[in-house]
Design a binder for this molecule. Structure first.
Ligand SMILES: Cc1ncc(COP(=O)(O)O)c(C=O)c1O
Length: 432
């Protein structure tokens, strides 16, 4: 990106005209008339919850993934809790996970009274680094006594599958389960397989900014019938049958066999999910198109590192997180974030590493640092990414980022020396 200072436009942050009149959010749902009608039909039917739409959604979702079992939950968070329960995590146990995620991924370990062990991420994908996991497994097992790692919980950050083969092998070798938090990666492919059919259990979220929405909602997929049965009971108070099964079989008897929760997804939500599922392929294709346009536009911009895609992977692009090359800029991420927001581009930051949240800082004693996650956090900016973005929206994001980065780019004087001062960036903390 080259331009002389005279070509720079005044930023909206400094009183100039913004690139857009209205804020473009970083993510949003899209619902059509078919979605609305599907919900209305259920509202007029006999079943509002745990009726035929639940079974149908689970079956169709499982078929789309290519996996035998799909168990729906009231949210991705509830699905994670179910998976932590089915992995038999409990007090005295440990689970290894990534700091570069939404806190729900690690919280499910705490819900079960077990201890999260964070391992740093790989510098290219920001996914759990198998080398770091291996180091943590060694530390945990060589500490000599009781605590046991029962699960590795990986996240497919931004929609790029984690190193599932390596992590699966590590989990296997240690008698642990691999749980994949695929909240970002519905439809992503890893070694030619869709995620959801690779780890012992895979979790999906149907929050409105995801590829498919049910309002709130989640799913666990698995190849393992026993795990699926436990998950079904766990989401229904630990009861061995549901109300519809009892009505259909003319039975009143039910037994509570484990301590579960009410984490059921409603028929209303599942009807929406079924309707949304029909559009999933098109939604994924559009997200991939947008990612390709961003990648082409930013390819030669020195101040931007675009997301890396590893060989054998086809990401689902829930997010499009760029990393700012702060060494080439006169401002930190905080100021660039504010400048883009002033241009009405709804950038966001994913994520504050989980161990930095006060709850974790106060309770999970760790002297460890996670340098890759920490460094990435200072640089990350998620650009708008959702399937209903128009060509104009994508163009606005590119124009606004160009405008803002040109303003803050370090320029060279006649002697080839940087002509901006770096002190501000180096001495400030850049939290947004
Ligand atoms: C990585 C990750 N895991 C879990 C969740 C929780 O999902 P939900 O909002 O459906 O509970 C989210 C939510 O965005 C997420 O991004």
């Amino acid at each position: 990106m080259t331009a002389s200072p005279t070509e720079r436009e005044t930023l909206a942050l400094h009183g100039g005209t913004s690139v857009r009149d209205k804020l473009l959010p970083y993510g949003r749902q899209s619902l059509d008339d078919g979605d609305i009608q599907a919900v209305v039909d259920v509202l007029e039917s006999d079943w509002l919850t745990t009726g035929p739409k639940v079974d149908e959604f689970e079956e169709r979702f499982a078929a789309w993934i290519g996996v035998p079992h799909a168990v729906s939950f009231s949210s991705g968070t509830a699905a994670l809790h179910g998976a932590a329960f089915a992995a038999e995590l409990g007090p005295g146990d440990q689970a290894i996970t990534t700091p570069m995620t939404f806190c729900a991924t690690a919280n499910c370990i705490l819900y079960q009274g077990a201890t999260p062990i964070f391992a740093d991420v790989s510098p290219d994908t920001l996914n759990l680094d198998p080398g770091e996991v291996s180091r943590k497994l060694y530390e945990c097992t060589s500490s000599g006594v009781a605590p046991r790692v029962k699960a590795i919980i990986a996240v497919d950050y931004a929609g790029h599958p984690a190193a599932l083969q390596e992590l699966g092998e590590l989990a296997n070798a240690h008698g642990a389960l691999l749980i994949e938090d695929a909240s970002h990666s519905l439809g992503a492919e890893y070694q030619k397989k869709r995620v959801g059919n690779i780890a012992d259990m895979t979790i999906f979220s149907f929050h409105p900014v995801k590829h498919l929405t049910t309002g709130e909602g989640g799913m666990v997929t698995t190849n393992n019938a026993c795990l699926a049965e436990t998950l079904r009971r766990f989401r229904n108070h630990g009861i061995s049958s549901d109300a519809r099964q009892r009505q259909e079989s003319g039975q009143w008897l039910y037994e509570m066999v484990l301590l579960g929760f009410n984490y059921r997804l409603t028929d209303i939500a599942c009807a929406l999910g079924l309707s949304q599922l029909e559009k999933l392929n098109a939604n994924l294709a559009r997200r991939r198109e947008i990612a390709a346009q961003y990648a082409t536009a930013f390819r030669d911009w020195p101040a931007v590192m675009i997301p890396v895609v590893r060989a054998g992977v086809n990401p689902a692009w829930h997010l499009y997180p760029i990393r700012l090359q702060l060494e080439k800029l006169t401002a930190g991420r905080g100021e660039i974030f504010r400048a883009l927001r002033a241009e009405n581009i709804g950038v966001n930051v994913h994520y504050i590493p989980v161990h930095r949240h006060p709850y974790y800082r106060e309770r999970i004693q760790t002297s460890e640092s996670y340098p890759v996650a920490e460094d990435a956090y200072e640089r990350l900016l998620s650009l708008p990414m959702f399937h209903s973005m128009t060509a104009e929206d994508v163009g606005d994001v590119i124009d606004a980022l160009r405008k803002v980065l040109l303003h803050y780019e370090i320029t060279k004087d006649a002697k080839g020396e940087p002509s901006h001062q770096l002190e501000t960036r180096q001495t400030k903390q850049f939290h947004v």
